[in-house]
Design a protein around this ligand. Sequence first.
Ligand code: GDP
Ligand code: IMO
Ligand code: MG
Length: 427
Amino acid sequence: MSAIVVVGTQWGDEGKGKVIDFLSEQADVVVRHQGGNNAGHTVVVHDREFKLHLVPSGILYPDTLCVIANGVVIDPKVLLEEIAYLEARGVDVKRLRISSKAHVVMPYHSKMDALNEERRGDQKIGTTLRGIGPAYMDKAARVGIRVGDLLHPGEFRDRLARVLEEKNHVLSRAYAVEPFDVDEMYDTFLAYGQAIKAYVSDTSRLVNAAIDRGQRVLFEGAQGTMLDIDHGTYPFVTSSHPSAGGAAIGAGVGPTKIDRVYGVAKAYTTRVGDGPFPTELTDAVGEDIRTRGHEFGTTTGRPRRVGWLDAVVLRYAVRVNGLSGIAVTRLDVLDGLPSLKIATAYEYQGARLTEFPDTSWQFRDVVPVYETLPGWDQPIGSVRRLEDLPLNARLYLGRIEKAVGVPVVLVSVGRERSHTIPLQSLF
Ligand code: GDP
Ligand code: IMO
Ligand code: MG
């Protein structure tokens, strides 16, 4: 029996989709438990690229059950488009299950996301504008619409009418925006409900039963630890819990059912959106890494900010997620760089910090303390065994292990499923 959680250790886009797809070969169930279509997970199989936003990355294996659990916020239009996209490419989506407790991202959420960002001006978060923050706000405010509501016309109509009255009031009075029409929204979302009805079920029950039967369950994190609403670089975060604890709440399983947690880390660091980023490279080296790594967002196409690996961030991710090990991705992107830097500590007002600071304003002003390591010349994309990596690539991985205190359990050297060097069994 094995239930494992895979989370991002940085600011998202670490290559979680690729790692989850690789591990899904051995999984019976893959579960998304937080976030929404702010996520963009890329999987490449035999040169075919799949971009997934809501459907778990296990869907490309024919027998894996894929669950969108209660902690996810779902834009049904995007979900239906994604199902159609997968079906058009020959992927069987019948093995998808959707929690009736998952909240629905409504049109007023996306509208509010855009209006809020506009109002913030130069203090903007740089959200994906997918309505994720406002949907989680409504969940917490207890005025959300859940997937199950869409399947009960009478109750849905009453609830929507009440919620929309308040939303229209705010939108028209505070923002002078055209109100939404309740009948139109009701018809549209009732139709979405009917279109996804066959997938809706009690997913907590299903996931627990799979674990109890001794099946292998993989929890697929979205975003990353540094975007966690509690543990990330608040307020420049998302509105859910990408850290490991989010899997328990977000899927309705007890923490005692989870065996291990693995973190995915890029061999360097990227961030899309605003907020502090101590190891950011704004020079030609950063531009070079962005270009060779094609660092442009999967969801929004925005250029990703690029920087050196930050081991202080990774150590923090080990702590708040209880990581058992890390998977290092995109090592190949560093091929040919003469030297590489790893931040092993920070300087803050003349003091040395080896732990991630407790406050946002400290983090904003830290200066990284770097160690410089030699790079390697040979391209490593075709390497499949650790011992075949150039010595300096192995030294780089060894330095990461030493700096973060947990083993590197997998190394990824390319986008393809096959471009993977597993170092131990994760299940
Ligand atoms: P996610 O959000 O964590 O799933 O990551 P994204 O899919 O948004 O971004 C990661 C990008 O890196 C995708 O384009 C992947 O195909 C790609 N990728 C993943 N692992 C590797 C790797 O080891 N090497 C290279 N070159 N690309 C990778
Ligand atoms: P995956 O799962 C990278 C970032 C946004 C913004 C902040 C808040 O592909 O790793 P939101 O729309 O969530 O309110 O935006 O979070 N963000 C991501 N960055 N990868 C993601 O997902 C992200 N999802 C949200 O850029 O800074
Ligand atoms: Mg992504």
